[in-house]
Design a protein around this ligand. Structure first.
Ligand SMILES: [Zn+2]
Length: 281
């Protein structure tokens, strides 16, 4: 199968454990789609940087679809160096909360490091960076994170300057997308018009972060407007938690992690499947 033609966008899902990793890859295999597994700094600290790489290597041996490993939101050059040395396929440098010039400086220093590493080793690593603030936590929220405002949406002028000056391979704009998910309220609508404007002035693929809670309609529109990778974390975390919680509620004396873990996987797979099928349309 030609993967380039099969799906319009590649799914990116985060993991905190092996149960989640396997649930994601089983669906990817079922749908015959490549997939990106992401691990943020917090997720890597929990599982171990090297262990995450080992798990994804093993999964690549066991399954027939390509599984990429991305170091999600990484906030310093030092942490970027750690994941590059550990053999991650890509890294997201997140300086979105910094003043613009500091963001450019941080990202450029990471890109320089990675390009140097590529020259020395012959390996290829993708560097992504974000501009415009969309919050930081993949959690259930009662209000939009502080700093997520219309004024902090990415502008085409800054996007152009940022991509040019940093030399990044992929760009994550803020177009109304928000990390985490709102409880009891609708997510802001994505600004597809802004995405269109940004796409016109940059020549690298674009990545949509914080897609949990956005409508199918908005996700399709963003993919049609040029999004190549869609990040979902909170929605699969919630499904995994709900699956385990519901099972334990019904079986309060169950102690076997593989039993309640399985229920978490099954709930999570429903979300993973629905998202991946959406991106294939
Ligand atoms: Zn993100």
């Amino acid at each position: 199968m030609n993967y380039k033609q099969s799906g319009k966008a590649i799914a990116h899902f985060n993991i905190s454990n092996l149960d989640q990793a396997r649930a994601i890859v089983e669906v990817a295999q079922e749908l015959n789609q490549p997939v990106i597994i992401g691990a943020s700094e917090g997720e890597r600290d929990y599982m171990g940087i090297e262990m995450v790489r080992t798990i994804v290597n093993e999964l690549n041996q066991e399954y027939d679809v390509p599984i990429f490993l991305n170091a999600d939101h990484t906030y310093s050059l030092e942490k970027v160096q750690e994941v590059i040395e550990a053999g991650y396929d890509s890294v997201i440098v997140d300086g979105a909360k910094l003043p613009y010039e500091e963001n450019v400086t941080l990202v450029k220093s990471c890109v320089d490091y990675v390009r140097n590493y590529e020259q020395k080793t012959g390996k290829h690593v993708l560097v992504e960076a974000e501009l415009g603030y969309i919050g930081q936590s993949s959690s259930l929220n009662t209000a939009l994170p502080e700093g997520v405002t219309e004024a902090n949406l990415t502008t085409p002028d800054q996007a152009k300057d940022f991509v040019l000056r940093t030399g990044i391979d992929m760009f994550a704009p803020a177009i109304g997308n928000v990390h985490g998910m709102l409880i009891d309220a609708e997510e802001p609508k994505l600004r597809i018009d802004r995405l269109d404007e940004i796409k016109k002035v940059i020549d690298v693929p674009m990545v949509l972060h914080g897609a949990s809670g956005n409508t199918d309609e908005d996700l399709i529109a963003s993919i049609d407007a040029g999004i190549s990778i869609v990040h979902i974390n909170t929605e699969i975390r919630k499904a995994f938690r709900d699956g385990e919680m519901n099972y334990l509620h019904e079986h309060p004396n169950e102690v076997a992690p593989y039993k309640f873990g399985h229920e978490g996987q099954e709930e999570m797979k429903k979300v993973v499947r629905a998202k991946m099928q959406l991106y294939m349309k």
